[in-house]
Design a protein around this ligand. Structure first.
Ligand SMILES: NC(=O)C1=CN([C@@H]2O[C@H](COP(=O)(O)OP(=O)(O)OC[C@H]3O[C@@H](n4cnc5c(N)ncnc54)[C@H](O)[C@@H]3O)[C@@H](O)[C@H]2O)C=CC1
Ligand SMILES: O=C(CO)COP(=O)(O)O
Length: 407
């Protein structure tokens, strides 16, 4: 198994050959991203992609690929806007894109009907028109049945149900791309990556896309980067796809910590400390449980950039701040503040804690542990201060300075 990953900021003419080579096997997922280099004045990803597609064997054999988006929340709808537009202007894609919508009734009318009539997801991405070729479908089997490319973008707690519904109902040749940030609990006290659940249950390859991608800003077509992790034996770069995905899940826990700090009014210096210590725990987590990953991955968009954007502009931060100020439960605030959107951080903290506790390793990840305990009301948010002050990262530094002084 091999992987490639890239940060879109690196796209410029010099790297063209490199991407051309990669695209021969990864063209299916690259088409998503043309918006990212929007307005850079450099060779855009879309330009590269169009040329790549023309050179690919797939194009020569004129295979037409069908895309299905499984999910229609805030991020799912933003992605649908981009994908719907790109398939219209790229060859070799079926123009009709299906989008699975978890049906609900809004002001007496089904959300799927509203989307198909007004081309707007009025609940999860209001104010943005979706392309007319994006069709909302309430039955996930019907939405996915004909798809060659399945883009998974639902809150992570629903992935197992969706996978069991889709089992045996999709094309065996389909490939997956997961945009889902989170984990699931594995039997015996561990965690399972969402892309692994998809691959294992549906028996398809599944790449991941993670990055500093607040959906609202992406929908507004503001510049952003992202990181793709993709296993494909014909692509040789680094074997770090798990780390890309784990970054996306863990940063949501740290964002809750940043929200607690905001709620306590502790200021930007303290928040920066939480972000830094959170990053250190993310690195250690991957080192301990997924050894062999590359430190460089944490400096891609999926790592430090996503951590920063979520700790400043994300929903996990926002609700966690309100949690401290209001004394209501996280669940209550999620329902009151997010209008159906779902938080991933508190459940991910619980999943991670389930594993750390089973393995007797809570002490080695004190920030993740404290954030979980605060989320479930076991300790007060003020505990964050002790946790930061006594974090083992400081102890390591002290020991090192003592050694220097002694010598
Ligand atoms: N919103 C953002 O800025 C970003 C989100 N993500 C990730 O994308 C994933 C999806 O998040 P969003 O699109 O933001 O969703 P969301 O939180 O905005 O919306 C929740 C979605 O879940 C659906 N839903 C509710 N109950 C369901 C059920 N029982 N089964 C299936 N679906 C159900 C709702 O209909 C809605 O579409 C998450 O893992 C999130 O971390 C990643 C990058 C950015
Ligand atoms: O993942 C995100 C941005 O990349 C969104 O984070 P929130 O779920 O905290 O809004």
């Amino acid at each position: 198994m091999f992987i490639f990953y890239f940060t879109v900021l690196r796209l410029h003419k010099q790297s063209f050959t490199y991407y051309l080579r990669l695209s021969l096997v990864s063209d299916k997922i690259l088409f998503l991203l043309n918006h990212i280099s929007y307005n850079t004045g450099k060779l855009t990803l879309n330009e590269i992609l169009v040329i790549c597609l023309k050179s690919s064997r797939k194009c020569a054999s004129s295979v037409v690929e069908t895309v299905c988006i499984i999910g229609s929340g805030n991020w799912g709808s933003a992605i649908a806007k981009i994908v719907g537009r790109n398939v219209q202007r790229l060859p070799n894609f079926e123009k009709r894109v299906t989008m699975y919508v978890y049906e609900e009734v809004i002001n007496g009318k089904k959300l799927t009907e509203i989307i198909n009539e007004t081309h707007e997801n009025v609940k999860y991405l209001p104010g943005h028109k979706l392309p007319e070729n994006v069709v909302a479908v309430p039955d996930v089997i019907e939405a996915a049945r004909e798809a060659d490319i399945l883009i998974f973008v639902i809150p992570h707690q629903f992935i197992r149900t969706i996978c069991s519904t889709l089992l045996g109902k999709i094309k065996p040749t389909a490939i997956g791309l997961s945009l889902i940030k989170g984990f699931d609990q594995a039997e015996g006290g561990g965690i399972e990556l969402i892309s692994h659940i998809i691959s294992k249950h549906l028996k398809i390859q599944c790449a991941v896309l993670m990055g500093a991608n607040l959906a609202g800003e992406v929908a507004e077509e503001k510049f952003c980067e992202t990181t793709i992790g993709c296993r494909d034996s014909r692509v040789v770069v680094v074997d770090d796809e798990d780390a890309v995905e784990i970054c996306g899940a863990l940063k949501n826990i740290v964002a809750c910590g940043a929200g607690f700090v905001d709620g306590l009014g502790l200021g930007d210096n303290t928040k920066a400390a939480v972000i830094r210590l959170g990053l250190m725990e993310m690195i250690k987590f991957v080192d301990v449980f997924y050894p062999g990953s590359k430190l460089a991955t944490f400096f891609e968009s999926c790592g430090v950039a996503d951590l920063i954007t979520t700790c400043y502009g994300g929903r996990n931060r926002k609700v966690s701040e309100a949690f401290v100020k209001s004394k209501k439960s996280i669940k209550q605030l999620e329902d009151e503040m997010l209008n159906g959107q779902k938080l991933q951080g508190p459940i991910t903290a619980e999943e991670v804690n389930y594993m750390l506790k089973t393995k007797g390793m809570e002490d080695r990840f004190p920030l993740f542990t404290a954030i979980h305990r605060i989320c479930i009301g076991e300790v007060k948010a003020e505990e964050m201060i002790n946790c930061i002050k006594n974090h083992p990262e400081h102890m390591v530094k002290m020991e090192m300075s003592e050694v220097v002084e002694e010598s």
